[in-house]
Structure formats: C-alpha cells, structure tokens
Design a protein around this ligand. Structure first.
Ligand code: GDP
Length: 315
C-alpha cells in the first residue's frame, strides 16, 4: 500500500485529520489531501476535474456534513443534499478515473431506530429510522449502496465502514451543533471554571451510546485499506462493516466520567425538553474482530486526551 497515491477527502475534519496523522505515521508520503478550500465535492465539475488532475490510486471518503442531534434536525435539507452530492460525485469520479480501492465512511445512525442491539450489519434497512437524523442516514445509506452497486455492476473495489459515535482531537465543541461527548466536556469544563453548581444535560440521561476514540478509527481504516477488499464483504452477503468497541454506557454514566476527568463536583440537571434520540446504539463488531482488529484506547483515556486537546486548542 505504501506505493499508492492515497486521497483523503475531508482531511481537515476530526476523522480525516486523524486518518492523515495515521497514514503519515505509517510512512505514507504520497497523500492527496482535499478539503473545501482545494475542491468543493458538492460540485460535480470541480470534483471530476480534481480526480482527473490528481489520479489517486486509493480514496478514503471522510468528507461529509456532520453534526449532533440538534443540527441534524434543524439543517435537514443540507444534511441530505450535501451528503448525497459529495458521495455521488466522489464515487462516480473515482470510477471514471479507475480508482483501485475506495473506502466510504458512514455512521451507526443509519440503523433502524428500534433495531435489536447490538446492531449487526444485516439489520440495515429492516425498519424506520430515527426521525432526528433521517436525512443524514438516508444520504449515508445511499453512499453504502453506491459502493455496493458500483461493485456489482462494474466490479469496483469500493466498500463502506460504519463507525460508531467518534470523538477526539479536532472535535466540534460548539454546543449548538456538537455531539454529546464534546458538548459535555465543554459544559463541565466551563462549569468548573465559572464555579457553577450544576450543568445541564439534554434529554433524560438514560439513552445508551457507544464511543470510539477517533485515533482508533484511523487505525482501523489503515488496517482495512490494506487488508480487505470489496469482495470480502459483498460476496459474503453484507453491504458494509461496523467499526466500534462493542461496549456502551448511558449518557448519565458518560457525564460522570467526564466530571471526574475534568474535576467537577457539581450536580447534573436533565433537560427533558430536549430529545433523547434513539434509546440505544451499540454496534455488533464481531465481523471486525474476526478480521483481526480491536480498539486499543479505553474510553476514559480517550476522554483525557480529548480534554487535553480541548484545553490547548479551544477558541
Ligand atoms: P445521537 O447519538 O445521534 O443521538 O447524537 P448526540 O451525540 O447529539 O446525542 C446523544 C444523546 O446525548 C442524546 O440523547 C442527547 O439528548 C444527549 N445529550 C445530552 N446532553 C447533550 C448535549 O449537550 N449535546 C448533545 N448533542 N447531546 C446531548
């Protein structure tokens, strides 16, 4: 894989930047990095011109419009439109330019709202989606199906992975659009600094979520780009591969861990006017484990490293 020209689409985001750091640390020198300032992947002409000019061998699609429960629900049109356009443009441009291998990153919110837990790959499209992130999920499912059907019709070596909730350096700490983990790091930190007695946590605190440190995800992507091919998935009857830890906890347990990492002793007030979202979201990662990959970073360690990054880099 070292000799390949590898394009990382979306390399400035939390996921793309972690993937870039991983490939650089593994000695890859031939990286093509793209972000909105280099190419607008929502624009078909620009995307095609970029591929024709750079001719990547491998492509990792980490470019996406992403956000937490509130952002997904407010910017519904943008979440479906931007993501559909990015995927369609990148995957078709890859095909036209004979890209040898492509990995598309989805998200665990693509599974049905009331899916049995833990969620196996084959549960995709077996029930209605969670309303708050349906637009994003539909777009990501379309991306999975693009890869699958470019393989089925043209034999393209393109496949998708479904990471669970990710967190880490370069996360989004904006309380209006962020996911729960960075939001709570910020709320707890500010409460400590401002000597508040309590912090506000959205919903009831009872939903369960699984979290993967983004540097572990980058490690999995590096492993899979090297070791597996589209045929390993599709010929065995599944459309994508889950990436997670296989362990979850409640939002209130998460809040307690964050309180202890930050060193805040105040109390938690639950705001039940805010949505809970899906009651539970845990991936079945047995296929990934069988391929020989497991996560390495414990949740608390990942939170400590993310908090350290936040302290140095917050605006
Ligand atoms: P989801 O996994 O798609 O539901 O996205 P989030 O990470 O945004 O939310 C996960 C859960 O954490 C939901 O039940 C939220 O209501 C809850 N939560 C609690 N406090 C917060 C917060 O400050 N921000 C966010 N985004 N979610 C919160």
């Amino acid at each position: 894989m070292k000799s390949k020209k590898i394009m990382i689409a979306g390399y400035r985001g939390m996921v793309g930047s972690a993937i870039r750091r991983k490939f650089v640390s593994e000695g890859h020198e031939n990286l093509i990095l793209s972000d909105r300032s280099e190419v607008d992947l929502i624009n078909q002409k620009e995307t095609e011109a970029f591929f024709a000019e750079h001719k990547p061998d491998y492509v990792i699609v980490a470019a996406a419009k992403v956000g937490g429960i509130l952002a997904n629900n407010i910017y519904r049109a943008e979440f479906i439109y931007d993501n559909l356009m990015i995927e369609a443009n990148v995957i078709n441009s890859a095909y036209k330019n004979n890209v040898e291998k492509l990995l598309f990153l989805g998200s665990s919110c693509i599974y049905p709202k009331l899916s049995p837990q833990p969620m196996k790959e084959e549960y995709l499209l077996t029930g209605p989606l969670e309303y708050t992130n349906e637009p994003y999920a539909i777009a990501k499912i379309a991306g999975i199906k693009l890869c699958e059907n470019f393989y089925k019709q043209y034999g393209c070596n393109y496949f998708s992975v479904m990471p669970t909730n990710l967190f880490g350096p370069f996360d989004n700490f904006d309380l209006k659009t962020s996911h729960v983990l960075p939001a709570l790091i910020r709320k707890v930190h500010e409460a400590k600094v401002n000597k508040q007695k309590e912090i506000e946590v959205w919903g009831t605190g009872t939903p369960k979520r699984e979290f993967l440190f983004v540097e572990d995800l980058a490690d999995a992507v590096h492993f899979l780009m090297d070791k597996i091919n589209a045929s390993d998935l599709y010929d065995n009857g599944y459309s994508h591969l889950n990436i997670g830890t296989g362990e979850d906890l409640t939002i209130s347990e998460l809040a307690e861990i964050i309180k202890s990492v930050v060193g805040f002793e105040g109390s938690i007030k639950y705001d039940s006017t805010k949505p809970d979202g899906t009651p539970r979201k845990l991936l079945d990662v047995s296929r990934l484990h069988n391929l020989g990959w497991q996560h390495k970073t414990a949740l608390k360690t990942g939170i400590e490293r993310t908090y350290g990054w936040y302290l140095k880099n917050r605006p």
